[in-house]
Design a protein around this ligand. Structure first.
Ligand code: NAD
Length: 481
């Protein structure tokens, strides 16, 4: 009997009102293994009502109590780390080792971080000599919507929910319909730890039937969204005329700049990770590798050698470096980009094919890590987000050309720069059109830092105190002395 995922509404796990479900597929085997509620606007309306009802007491119970609840959730996630990692791996196709070491620990950190951060906020005061004193006051917004994607399911879901709750809001959240399982486990945990009814509501289903009703509901004051740029544009078009607060974390086409003076060994090893971690399905993956001409052949030889050594296969096998991509449709999309790259004149240096592992994963959706060269930066392969295990190699002659090529897309999420010349690194970092710049590293995250993109990679910043500001309304109070 397949497990039926339930919505969390008003503190209760419940089926969708229409009692309709759709299939949840394990991408490593191609098998249906659970059922997902096909919720509709009526479920969202019930969730919003429950959130509105919970808001007065949650927003006024004090940050210490809210902090305690967030810690309880973090403790419960940590206590179930192995089971949750297995759920995440089965639902998404990612290696179990990655879910265990990154996804689930990060969900714990998200709750712990904001449980603590909310105890360390402060307000501002401005003395207008000698006649008045102003102070700023922050209050929660009310009911807010959180919508997240499939690539880092629990990690990104909790990255929104934790600060929204910490700041005193009540939440209606929608995980991706492609990877809903750990969001369901989170709802079970919330019931278990006694989170007050209606504070967090989780509604499962498709973007059009669940996401949009959240976005357009007049009483939902803010939308925090992570996903594709096109979806972000749709959400902005719906929400902007309603003057909602919007935080949009969107796609990327990130450059990875390798200068001749870098520590080559480290640059190659990290580039393998930044290209293919999570099958290249991280918005921060560096999919355009740009190498200074004088070391191009050396970098290429070592990079290809290490990529060829990566094992693609059963995500539950601890020796697998890459698991399955998230779905058959996504596999087809990525393969179509590999075909396009060849049409555009690209030369495949390694990979390029679907993989059929022997045994239980023979019907899964796997793709070889793929490296392509001989493409200019204007072609579609280098302009459009592929979001799979595919990277291109290109060269540059000097800093100006590196910068121009790095900035030559409509996206602006993250860039890595590999150089031992700190002046160059600093100068480039100023000019890169990118919300995140990593010098001699990748995915080194401090949760206090602002996180987000420029250009079509998004609007707004998550993380640290920035996101607590997003999830609250600031007011200035002026007292005449
Ligand atoms: P997606 O845009 O298809 O879906 C994201 C979420 O939005 C899902 O829950 C989906 O159901 C929902 N949705 C879809 N249409 C909607 C609508 N009209 N109204 C409201 N909600 C709607 O994205 P995806 O394929 O799940 O995720 C991959 C994308 O996410 C990539 O582009 C990737 O770069 C991006 N991403 C960005 C970041 C970041 O921090 N910038 C992080 C991770 C992923």
């Amino acid at each position: 009997m397949q497990e039926k995922i339930q919505n969390l509404i008003g503190g209760k796990l419940c089926p969708p009102i229409n009692q309709t479900y759709f299939d949840n597929i394990n991408p490593a085997t191609g098998e249906v293994y659970a059922q997902i509620p096909d919720s509709q606007a009526e479920d969202v309306a019930t969730a919003i009502e429950a959130a509105e009802k919970a808001f007065p007491s949650w927003s006024s119970c004090g940050q210490e109590l809210r902090s305690k609840f967030l810690h309880k959730i973090a403790d419960a996630i940590e206590a179930n780390l192995d089971a949750l990692a297995l759920d995440e791996s089965i639902d998404n196709g990612k290696p179990l080792s990655l879910a265990k070491s990154v996804d689930i620990p990060r969900a714990v950190s998200n709750f712990r971080f904001f449980a603590s951060a909310i105890l360390h906020t402060h307000n501002e005061s401005h003395y207008t000599e000698p006649i008045a004193i102003n102070y700023t006051h922050r209050s929660p917004l009310g009911v807010v919507g959180c919508i997240s994607p499939w690539n880092l399911p629990l990690y990104l879901f909790t990255w929104k929910i934790a600060p929204a709750l910490a700041a005193g809001n009540c939440v209606v959240a929608k995980p991706s319909e492609i990877t809903p399982m750990t969001a369901y486990r989170l709802s079970q945990i919330c019931v278990e730890v006694g989170l007050p009814a209606g504070v967090l509501n989780i509604v499962h289903g498709f973007g059009a039937s669940v996401g949009e009703p959240i976005v357009v509901a007049p009483t939902v004051k803010a939308i925090s969204f992570t996903g594709g740029t096109q979806t972000g544009a749709r959400i902005a078009a719906l929400a902007a005329p309603m003057f909602k607060k919007l935080s949009l974390e969107l796609g990327g086409k990130n450059a990875n700049l390798i200068f001749a003076d870098c520590k080559l060994e480290e640059a190659v090893a990290t580039s393998v990770r930044s290209s293919f971690a999570n099958q290249g399905q991280i918005c921060l993956c560096g999919s355009r590798i740009l190498v200074e001409k004088s070391i191009y052949e050396d970098f290429k030889t070592e990079f290809i050698k290490q990529v060829k050594a990566l094992k693609t296969g059963d995500p539950l096998d601890e020796h697998s470096n890459l698991g399955a991509v998230v779905s058959e449709a996504h596999q087809q999309k990525v393969l179509s980009y590999i075909a396009l790259a060849q049409k555009e004149g690209g030369k495949i240096l390694t990979g390029g094919n679907a993989v059929k592992p022997e045994g239980r994963c023979e019907n899964g959706f796997f793709i070889e890590p793929t490296v392509i060269e001989n493409l200019n930066q204007n072609c579609r392969t280098n302009q459009e987000e592929i979001f799979g295990p595919v990277v291109t190699l290109d060269t540059f002659d000097n800093d100006a050309e590196a910068l121009a090529k790095a900035n030559a897309t409509t996206y602006g999420l993250a860039t890595s720069v590999w150089t031992e010349n700190l002046t160059r690194a600093h100068n480039l970092a100023q000019k890169l059109e990118s919300g995140v710049v990593w010098i001699n590293c990748w995915l080194l995250r401090d949760l206090r830092t602002p996180f987000g993109g420029m250009k079509q990679s998004g609007v707004g910043r998550e993380g640290g105190f920035e996101v607590l500001k997003f999830f609250s309304e600031e007011k200035n109070i002026c007292i005449k002395l």
